[in-house]
Design a protein around this ligand. Sequence first.
Ligand code: ADQ
Length: 489
Amino acid sequence: REIRDKQPSKHRLLVVANRLPVSAVRKGEACWQLEVSAGGLVSALLGITEFETRWIGWAGVNVPDEVGRKSLAESLAKKRCVPVFLDEDLVHLYYNGYCNNILWPLFHYLGLPQEDWLATICNYESQFDAYKKANQMFADVVKEHYQEGDVVWCHDYHLMFLPKCLKEKTPNMKVGWFLHTPFPSSEIHRTMPSRSELLTAVLAADLVGFHTYDYARHFVSACTRILGLEGTPLGVEDQGRLTRVAAFPIGIDSDRFISAIQLPQVKNHIKEFEGRFGGRKVMLGVDRLDMIKGIPQKLLAFENFLEENPKWHDKVVLLQIAVPTRTDVPEYQKLTCQVHEIVGRINGRFGTLTSVPIHHLDRSLDFHALCALYAITDVALITSLRDGMNLVSYEFVACQASKKGVLILSEFAGAAQSLGAGAILVNPWNVTEVASAIAYALNMPSDEREKRHHHNYKHVTTHTSQEWAEIFVSELNDTVVEAQLRKKQ
Ligand code: ADQ
């Protein structure tokens, strides 16, 4: 699907994220194949239609030569994308190191990776320097393409230094920063050696956004406790300058999913899947294979459910679709083995000659197959240990207009705050609680299912990704005015 733009528009929106929404594969010296990539941010921003959008980010590929860089930039320009070129060593320290070994686990309350925590601490300074250097490189590309009046929207934990780098040279630039992960309690954030520098760099933005009010509150209290600044109902104040801090819960492009269900390709998939799993209740998990998604915990809960409910043997199937990520990292390899081992054990224990209780796939699904799976599902099982929002829960609800299936959702996903009244909320660490929730969901009377579904469906179809982006960007415009007014007073 093409990245949509609508003309004419009032503003240009420069969206800066670590990864561009396309992946580039080199097919020759000056020949590139571009593919739109999956992921939460990509799904959300595909819904933006009201701004003329430019994307700035890393193309996910090492391009050491000038011919390659020039030809890739030209190919990407056709998709309104601008590449930031990062060399392999920098990517290793900045992306694999500081972003994914330090910020990602800490922001999800997981602590440092157990395998190599000592190395992580010893290499902290060099990784942090690389992080700052990479952020400066993103800033240089933004400045090259920036025109007066553009709004710059920086995304995620990879780019916490970017607001500072941008404002140093161009103080009038309208800069927003949005975090897609949780922002943890200040007690977690204060363990980080670079705790103050990170907060100060983010505070250079005019508007700082989070998925939930709790994350925003954690950020403000980190600023008050660690930097000694004043937290106000509007945000954080430093010597008369206000950084607006607020919650902007993301949504999905719900129309895209709702209309997909009517497509012949999706209907064919639905027929095929119903034939394959017909007669059994279908439970579904769709996650990236990441520690935060709580996949082993989910499997243990399902095992507990099968132990406690023999009458359901052979009458229910769990489809777990897990997209591999970071496959070169030992922690993730270990997670994959652990998941395979548990799946094997459960299928060995509860399978029959003709069927198994779990179908586990280590891969991504195409959009049509994914929508069909959402549509035929009776119970979606999302057990993230922490999750900024979790868009899979929204996508499931959007595809359930006719089935009105049940959503079991971790209370530690941001989505629990928006879909909490319709979903069954669970603590993913409590396997017996999750097992009981599965039994409850499978036996739920249709009037209760409808009521719960209606609540979620209304939310998902009114709080869309387009609305999320519009509100953030319009508030970003207003915030700058407000900050300038405060300065004049
Ligand atoms: P993610 O951790 O990637 O995003 P999520 O919000 O669930 O998590 O989005 C995943 C996206 O990838 C969904 O659009 C889903 O359809 C797709 N996807 C996942 N598994 C798939 C599979 N097996 N096959 C095909 N597609 C698959 C981060 C944060 C989240 C936050 C988002 C957006 O971690 O908490 O909700 O950003 O802010």
